[in-house]
Design a protein around this ligand. Structure first.
Ligand code: IVH
Length: 669
C-alpha cells in the first residue's frame, strides 16, 4: 500500500513538473489552471497524510506555484492596434495610392521601421518614473508585467531630462538578441531542458514569468516605436515621436529610415531583407507608417488595424528538403546533439546543408527518420532546425536513427542525463577540448581574431594545441608550417594572442565555459567578487546573494572550481602569462559605449578593444543612440554614416589616441 502511494506521489510530481515547465519556460500550457490545481491538491493531500514521502523539491514546496493564479490585468492607456500585411512592392504602391487619395495629398512621406519579431508591450511613465509595463493582450487589456520589465536593464526606471511629462505611455517590442538567445538555449540544453524554438518564444517565455527573478536571469531588450499617450503636445510626425522617445532615454527601433516616397520605402525593405542575417535581432518585415500624425488621423482605422500603416513582410525562411544522414556532434560540455545532414537547399537566400535535431526526445516527438522529407526553418544566425516531417512523402524505407553507445570522438561509453546523452570524456575527449578552446578564444571571451573553429581544429590535429593554455605557447615557425599560413596571417594571429593575455575578469569567467554561466552571469559574478581568487573561494550562499543567481547556477560555479582539472587549467593559463584584470568603473571610458569602424593604423582591433575595456568602457555592436562615440579609421563605411545620421560624436584615430594618452605610433606585435 505505501508503495502504491509513493508511486502515485511520484507520478503527480512528475506531471506537475512537466506542466509547470510547459507553462513557465515555454509559455505553452498543455492543461488548464484548474486541472493543474486539482493535481496539486491531490499531491498536497497525499503528502500531508504521508509526510515520510515529503521531499524538499516537491512542486508543493515551490514558490512559483503560489502565483499561478496569474497576472493582474491592466487596461491600456489607448488601444494597442495590430497591423495589416502586404507581401509585394505592388501592394505597397496600392497602399500609397489609396492613402494619397483619402488624404487628398499628392505626396505622402513614410516612417519605415524594422518589424521587430518580439512581444509587444506598453511602458507607462508618470512624472518621469516607470510605473507600469503591460503585454498587449487583446489590444485593450493586457497582463501586468511591471516587475518583469523592471528587470530589463535597458528600460530606464526614470526618464532622462529635467522636465518629465506628467504621463507618457510608449509602445515597444520586448525581444531577445540572437546571441543571448543562442546562449540561453545552450544553457537550456545543458540543463536538460527543451530549447526555445526561436528568439520570440524565448522573449515571451522569459518575460511572462510569474517569478520575475527568472526574467532577470534572461537577457531581454526593449525597442520602442510609438507613443500611445502623452500629456504634453504630441509631435507632428512619427519621425519626431521616435526622436522624442529616444531623448527620454528609451531605446528606439534601430535601423529605422525616414522615406520621402513609397519607392524609397520599398527600397528600404529590400535592403533590410538583404541585411537581415547581419542583424543581431530578429525581424520579419518592415513597418511602413504614414509619417504625419494629421494624415494618420485622416486615414483612421479598420476594426483592429490602422489604415495608415502596413507590415511589408519578408520571404519566409522555411523550406522542404530531404535528410540524407543523421550524425552526432559532441559539444563543449560533452552533450551529444543529433544533426541532420540535408540535401542542400536555399532558405531565404542562404544554402543550408545541416539542421539541428536537438536530442533524442525531439527526434521521437517529430518521428523523424533518415531519408525523410522535412520542413526546416532558418532564423538569422540561429542554426537551422527541423520543424516537421512531411509525412505524405514518406516511403517507409526511411531508417530510424539510434544514438551510438560510444562517443564518436573519444569512444567513451555515453551516459544518459535527462533528455541528453553525454560523453564523460571531458579533457580526454578531443571534441570537447576543441570546443572548449573555440569557446575560450571566441569574441565574447578572449576574442582572439584569426582563431576560427577551423583553425582550432587544425592546431589541435597537428598537435599544436591540446589545451586552452597551449594557445599561448604557439611558435611562429610551427604555425608557418601549417597549410594556408603565410607570414602576415601568422604574425596577426600571434599579436592577437599576445593582446588577449590581458583579459577582463568577466570575459575570462565566460571563456572558462562553466555550465550555465553565460556572458551576463559571468559579468555579474565578476562585478560582485572583483577577482578570480575571490570567485574561486566563493560559497554557494555568497553566489546566491546576487540577484540573478539561483541554486542551479551557483552549483555549476562551485562544481567547476572544485574540479582539480579546471583549477590546473587556470593555473596553466596564468603561468602562460594570462593576466586577469577587473573592469574598472573609474577608467577614462567608464560607462561609455564605443564603436570602432574602418581600419586602424596604430592598433589592432582587439588591442583597441582591450584598451577601452580596461578603462571601464564597452564596445557596442551596432550604432544605436546609446553609443557615446565612434572611432573612425580609414575606409570607414556604413557605421560611420549611421553615426553621423544619429549625431553621435565621431573621433579620428588620432583624437582617440589623445584621449587614451597612448603614444600614437605604437609598434604592433
Ligand atoms: S506599429 C498601429 N511598429 O508588429 C501600429 N509594430 O503585426 C501598431 N511590431 O503587434 C504597431 N515592430 O508587436 C509597429 N516598428 C514597429 C513594429 C511593430 C514590430 C509588431 C507589433 C504589432 C505587430 C503587428
Amino acid at each position: 500500500m505505501p508503495q502504491n502511494i509513493k508511486k502515485r506521489i511520484d507520478e503527480l510530481r512528475k506531471q506537475l513538473n512537466k506542466h509547470g515547465r510547459l507553462y513557465y519556460t515555454r509559455g505553452a500550457p498543455a492543461i488548464s489552471d484548474s486541472e493543474y490545481d486539482e493535481i496539486l491538491r491531490e499531491l498536497e493531500r497525499l503528502e500531508k497524510y504521508h509526510p515520510e514521502f515529503m521531499s524538499p523539491d516537491s512542486p508543493t514546496r515551490k514558490v512559483g506555484r503560489a502565483v499561478r493564479d496569474g497576472y493582474s490585468k491592466v487596461s491600456h492607456t489607448s488601444p494597442m492596434l495590430s497591423l495589416g500585411s502586404v507581401h509585394s512592392a505592388e501592394e505597397c504602391r496600392k497602399f500609397d495610392a489609396t492613402s494619397r487619395k483619402e488624404i487628398g495629398a499628392s505626396k505622402v512621406d513614410y516612417a519605415c521601421e524594422p518589424k521587430l519579431d518580439g512581444l509587444s508591450v506598453e511602458l507607462v511613465y508618470e512624472n518621469g518614473i516607470f510605473v507600469r509595463g503591460a503585454t498587449r493582450g487583446d489590444g485593450l487589456v493586457g497582463e501586468d508585467v511591471t516587475e518583469n520589465i523592471r528587470t530589463i536593464r535597458n528600460v530606464p526606471k526614470k526618464l532622462t531630462g529635467k522636465n518629465p511629462p506628467e504621463l507618457i505611455a510608449v509602445r515597444g517590442e520586448v525581444l531577445m538578441h540572437i546571441r543571448d538567445f543562442q546562449e540561453l538555449n545552450k544553457r537550456q540544453i545543458s540543463m536538460g531542458k527543451t530549447p526555445f524554438a526561436n528568439p520570440r518564444n524565448a522573449a515571451a517565455g522569459s518575460l511572462r514569468q510569474l517569478d520575475f527573478k527568472i526574467t532577470a536571469e534572461r537577457k531581454l531588450d526593449v525597442y520602442c516605436y510609438g507613443i500611445l499617450e502623452y500629456s504634453c503636445d504630441m509631435p507632428d510626425t512619427q519621425e519626431e515621436a521616435a526622436r522624442l522617445i529616444s531623448e527620454f532615454g528609451l531605446k528606439t527601433a534601430p535601423d529605422a529610415l525616414y522615406c520621402r516616397t513609397i519607392d524609397d520605402a520599398v527600397k528600404y525593405h529590400h535592403e533590410l531583407e538583404a541585411k537581415r542575417d547581419d542583424l543581431d535581432y530578429e525581424i520579419d518585415g518592415v513597418v511602413i507608417k504614414v509619417n504625419r500624425f494629421a494624415f494618420q488621423q485622416k486615414l483612421g482605422m479598420r476594426t483592429t488595424n490602422p489604415r495608415w500603416a502596413v507590415a511589408y513582410k519578408f520571404k519566409p525562411r522555411k523550406e522542404i528538403t530531404r535528410i540524407e544522414e543523421i550524425i552526432v556532434q559532441v559539444g563543449r560540455t560533452g552533450i551529444l546533439t543529433p544533426v541532420a545532414l540535408l540535401q542542400p537547399v536555399e532558405v531565404g537566400g542562404v544554402t543550408v546543408s545541416r539542421a539541428t535535431l536537438h536530442n533524442m526526445d525531439e527526434i521521437a516527438r517529430l518521428d523523424v527518420r533518415i531519408g525523410d522529407y522535412v520542413k526546416i526553418h532558418r532564423a538569422g544566425d540561429v542554426i537551422p532546425k527541423v520543424i516537421e516531417v512531411i509525412s505524405a512523402k514518406r516511403t517507409w524505407k526511411e531508417k530510424v536513427f539510434h544514438m551510438p553507445e560510444k562517443c564518436p570522438s573519444c569512444g567513451s561509453v555515453l551516459e544518459k542525463e535527462d533528455v541528453h546523452y553525454r560523453c564523460p570524456g571531458g579533457f580526454t575527449c578531443p571534441a570537447q577540448v576543441k570546443e572548449a578552446i573555440t569557446h575560450y578564444v571566441s569574441r565574447s571571451a578572449a576574442d582572439i581574431e584569426g582563431l576560427s573553429d577551423r583553425t582550432v581544429q587544425q592546431l589541435y590535429e597537428e598537435g599544436l594545441a591540446g589545451s586552452i593554455a597551449d594557445i599561448y605557447s604557439l611558435r611562429r615557425e610551427d604555425i608557418l608550417k601549417l597549410e594556408g599560413w603565410k607570414e602576415k596571417k601568422t604574425d596577426n594571429l600571434l599579436s592577437a594572442i599576445d593582446a588577449s593575455k590581458t583579459i577582463t575578469l568577466d570575459r575570462f569567467m565566460f571563456g572558462l565555459g562553466i555550465r550555465n554561466v553565460g556572458q551576463h552571469i559571468a559579468s555579474v559574478i565578476a562585478a560582485r567578487f572583483g577577482s578570480l581568487n575571490a570567485i574561486m573561494r566563493s560559497s554557494s550562499d555568497e553566489l546566491m546573494e546576487i540577484k540573478e543567481i539561483g541554486p542551479e547556477i551557483a552549483e555549476s560555479v562551485i562544481t567547476f572550481f572544485h574540479d582539480k582539472k579546471n583549477v590546473k587549467q587556470i593555473e596553466a593559463l596564468v603561468d602562460a602569462g594570462v593576466h586577469v584584470i577587473q573592469k574598472t568603473s573609474k577608467g577614462k571610458f567608464s560607462g561609455k559605449k564605443v564603436i570602432f569602424t574602418g581600419s586602424l593604423g596604430s592598433f589592432s582591433r582587439s588591442e583597441a578593444k582591450k584598451l577601452v575595456e580596461s578603462e571601464g568602457g564597452e564596445i557596442a555592436s551596432s550604432v544605436s543612440s546609446d553609443v557615446d562615440f565612434v572611432v573612425a579609421g580609414e575606409k570607414a563605411g556604413s557605421k560611420l554614416d549611421a553615426a553621423r545620421k544619429k549625431n553621435i560624436p565621431v573621433l579620428t584615430e588620432k583624437e582617440f589616441l589623445k584621449l587614451t594618452d597612448q603614444p600614437s605610433a605604437r609598434a604592433r606585435g
